[in-house]
Structures are given as structure tokens and as C-alpha cells.
Design a protein around this ligand. Structure first.
Ligand SMILES: Cc1cc2nc3c(=O)[nH]c(=O)nc-3n(C[C@H](O)[C@H](O)[C@H](O)COP(=O)(O)OP(=O)(O)OC[C@H]3O[C@@H](n4cnc5c(N)ncnc54)[C@H](O)[C@@H]3O)c2cc1C
Length: 394
């Protein structure tokens, strides 16, 4: 893997401070103002998409040599906490380019594959989607059924993926398929770069989701899709499963940071509401039971933020790329769920009304406990790794 995929190269602190300040301003003055419009129209406004491209947000985690901003994961999470402050559809728009799809190429692509795709991914000219999940192979992707069969030097791909983020606008699918049954040499899963306009690629209608309006998912069907040998990531049939697991583990710390950002917003909305809304002439924030709710929210946010920063530091240093990402994702996404629930409670009936930020946050953050590994899967990873380490005498 390259140093970037392992979190090795970082942007100079003074440059990063500027990127962070610029991003914070963009989120809080441009996107927050248009949250309701994004939710109502279920789409990101074109000028927000363009502004994100100009700011380099489609490639903040892509190395600079490929035209990205080149942030390491410790910097990435600071940005993600800012993105989480507004509709999660903002982050979703460029999340697959920087994260699960882009990192497969950064970490495992050949030089040819990187030079063919990464610059266009970093600029936002190409939207890349990560196509792993299938019916019956979500939490257990090792059981996926999509196939890639050799035909001369080419590969023929068949299979059906579901819930694929950005599929309706994707130019490139980073698609996982089985080249052989799992055996003692590995999972038998390879990963291919499949242009979305390849004959046989079919994207279904947009899914109707609980929240995160403006972020789109859909089913993707590959029917006798022929790709050349250059499409096989890393030029090896055995890279797929490892690439998926590495990309997902890195992504977990990013999702944890996003959860902290969303929880911070829910807290800020709640404190502002508690300070001004009254019952019987008394600000509800004067009631100690309301204070207790916002105290619990603040405590969760601070603990989550510290955990995210520690997990990201430990990833960059190469100290822990297994337990810490799952701990961070488990804690922070569960915390954001509780904080969002308390935020609705603090708002009373108002919190149940559409167009109130905490109602959107309540629905938006529910997804964070499901994708990139459910909370149950994070617990299995953490518990399993701890016991394994103990058995190895570590
Ligand atoms: C909006 C959205 C966007 C998504 N984007 C993408 C994407 O871009 N690319 C992609 O490939 N996928 C994507 N996904 C898929 C997502 O990663 C899966 O939905 C998720 O991993 C869960 O898999 P599943 O839906 O098959 O549920 P299941 O795995 O069937 O889980 C159902 C329940 O069973 C539990 N469970 C499953 N296995 C075990 C076990 N071994 N032990 C204990 N409990 C278990 C789960 O924790 C859960 O509670 C997306 C999903 C959504 C909803």
C-alpha cells in the first residue's frame, strides 16, 4: 500500500487550518442555510456541488500527486466533524470518492489504474461508487454471489448489488465479484473498475429512504458486463476482500467523526432552544431535568470527539487499524442516536415537526449505525480481536 492509504502523508498544519476554516464557513453559511430546500427537493443544489468541487472536497483524502488535497485520516476526521454539522447528504455527495471507493484505488490500484481514474475522482469529474452489498451479503460480504469469469483476456461480470450510494450519478463502479469459491488461499473475491456506461450495467430507480434526503442509493445490476484486464484492481484476483475490509475499516473512523458533528449540531440546536423556549413564563433550560438532558448530550459529544481523534491518530501511526476504528464507530454512532433522541425530547412537540433541524438529524443519524458495518458487527470485531490477541499472548 502507498503511504497515503496508510495515513502517512499529511498536509502542513498551517495549510490544513485554512482548509478547515474554509470548510467550516462553507458548511455553516452556505449549506446549513439550504438544508430545508435540499430535504424538500431530495437533491443537492448545482451550485453547492460546484462549490464543493472548486474547494477540492471531492478529493480531500486523495493524495496530492493525483490532484487531491492529500489529507491524512487525522485531518480527514476534523473535516468530517464539520460535514456532520449539516445535512449528511453533503458528505455523501463526495464520500464515496474520498472514502470507500476512492481508497480502494489509492491503496490497491496499479499505477495505470491510478493515473487513469484518480485525478478525475479528486476533481469530481468522476463520481465513484463502492458496489459490495448484495441481498444476503451485507454484514457478511464474504458470501457475495456476483461472479467474474474469464473470457480470453477479458472478464465477464454478473450480479446484483443493492443500497449502492451515489449509484444514480456514478461514472465508475468499484465492483466486487467472486472469481472462484472461497478456499484456503482466500475469499475468492476480486474488485473491478467498471465504467457506469459499460453495456450491461443497469442502475435501478433511486431508493426511497428514511432520511438523508439529497443522498441517493440504488440497486445496480451487472448483466454480462465485459471489462478488459485493466479493470482488475491491482492486477490480482485476490485483492478484493482485503481491499474492501481495509477501505471499510478506515471509513469507520470517518463515519464516527460524522456522527460527532451531527451530535454537536443536535446539541447546539437544543441548547439554543432551551435557552429561549418558555413554559409558564420560564425558559425550559431553567428546568433541571432539561439541563440533565443537555448535560448528557454534551458529555457524549466530548467523549466521542476525543475518541475519534485518538482512533485517527492511532490509524495514522499504524498502531491500531482494527479495534480502534470499530470502537470509534460503535460508540460515536450509538452516541449520536441517543443525542438526537434527547434533542427531539428537549424540543418537545416542536421536535417532531418536519423543518426542525433535530427532526432531520434524528432520521439522518439512524443510518450511521447500519452501514459500513452495523453496531453488532463492530462488537463482533472488537470482542473477537481482543480474545484472539489474548490467545496469541499479546
Ligand atoms: C443508505 C445506505 C447506503 C449504503 N451504501 C452502500 C454502498 O455505497 N455500498 C455498499 O456496498 N453497501 C452500502 N450499503 C449497505 C450497508 O453496508 C448494509 O446495509 C449493511 O452492511 C448491513 O447489511 P444488510 O443490510 O444486508 O443487513 P444484515 O446483514 O442482514 O443485518 C440485519 C441484522 O442482522 C444483524 N447481523 C447480521 N449478521 C450478524 C452476525 N454475524 N452476528 C450478529 N448479528 C448479525 C445485523 O447487525 C442487523 O442487525 C448501504 C446501506 C444503506 C441503508
Amino acid at each position: 500500500m502507498t503511504s497515503s492509504s496508510t495515513g502517512g502523508s499529511a498536509v502542513a498544519p498551517e495549510d490544513f487550518r485554512e482548509i478547515l476554516a474554509h470548510t467550516r464557513k462553507f458548511v455553516r453559511t452556505v449549506v446549513v442555510e439550504r438544508e430545508r430546500e435540499i430535504a424538500e427537493e431530495n437533491r443537492m443544489p448545482d451550485n453547492i456541488v460546484e462549490q464543493a468541487k472548486t474547494m477540492g472536497l471531492f478529493g480531500y483524502a486523495i493524495p496530492q500527486e493525483w490532484g487531491g488535497l492529500g489529507l491524512d485520516l487525522a485531518q480527514d476526521v476534523e473535516l468530517a466533524m464539520e460535514f456532520g454539522y449539516t445535512t449528511l447528504a453533503l458528505r455523501s455527495m463526495f464520500g464515496t470518492n474520498n472514502g470507500i471507493a476512492g481508497q480502494v484505488l489509492v491503496g490497491f490500484g496499479t499505477e495505470d489504474q491510478k493515473s487513469r481514474w484518480l485525478e478525475r475522482i479528486a476533481s469530481g469529474e468522476v463520481v465513484a461508487s463502492f458496489a459490495l452489498t448484495e441481498s444476503g451479503a451485507g454484514s457478511n460480504p464474504a458470501s457475495l454471489q456476483s461472479t467474474a469469469v474469464r473470457s480470453g483476456v477479458d472478464w465477464i461480470i454478473n450480479g446484483e448489488k443493492r443500497f449502492i450510494t451515489n449509484a444514480p450519478v456514478a461514472d465508475l463502479f468499484v465492483a466486487f465479484a467472486r472469481t472462484r469459491p472461497a478456499d484456503e488461499n482466500g475469499a475468492g473475491i476480486a474488485v473491478f473498475l467498471v465504467p457506469a456506461d459499460s453495456p450491461g450495467v443497469e442502475v435501478g430507480p433511486k431508493d426511497r429512504k428514511m432520511g438523508q434526503e439529497g443522498a441517493w442509493t440504488a440497486e445496480v445490476r451487472f448483466q454480462d458486463v465485459r471489462v478488459g484486464p485493466e479493470a482488475l484492481v491491482g492486477g490480482s484476483e485476490d485483492i478484493g476482500y482485503r481491499a474492501a475490509m481495509t477501505s471499510l475499516a478506515r471509513g469507520r473512523i470517518h463515519i464516527a467523526a460524522l456522527a460527532v458533528g451531527a451530535a454537536q449540531r443536535a446539541l447546539d440546536e437544543s441548547v439554543a432552544y432551551a435557552a429561549t423556549a418558555t413554559q409558564g413564563g420560564t425558559a425550559i433550560g431553567q428546568f433541571q431535568l432539561v439541563q440533565a438532558m443537555i448535560a448528557d448530550m454534551q458529555t457524549g459529544v466530548m467523549a466521542g470527539r476525543a475518541l475519534v481523534r485518538d482512533a485517527a491518530r492511532s490509524w495514522v501511526a499504524g498502531e491500531d487499524r482494527r479495534i480502534a476504528p470499530s470502537v470509534a464507530k460503535l460508540y460515536c454512532t450509538e452516541m449520536a442516536g441517543k443525542v438526537a433522541d434527547l434533542a427531539v425530547q428537549v424540543h418537545g412537540g416542536t421536535g417532531y415537526m418536519r423543518d426542525v433541524a433535530v427532526e432531520r438529524i434524528y432520521r439522518d443519524v439512524r443510518l450511521l449505525r447500519l452501514y459500513e458495518g452495523t453496531s453488532e458487527i463492530q462488537r463482533l470485531i472488537i470482542g473477537g480481536a481482543l480474545v484472539k490477541n489474548a490467545q496469541r499472548g499479546r
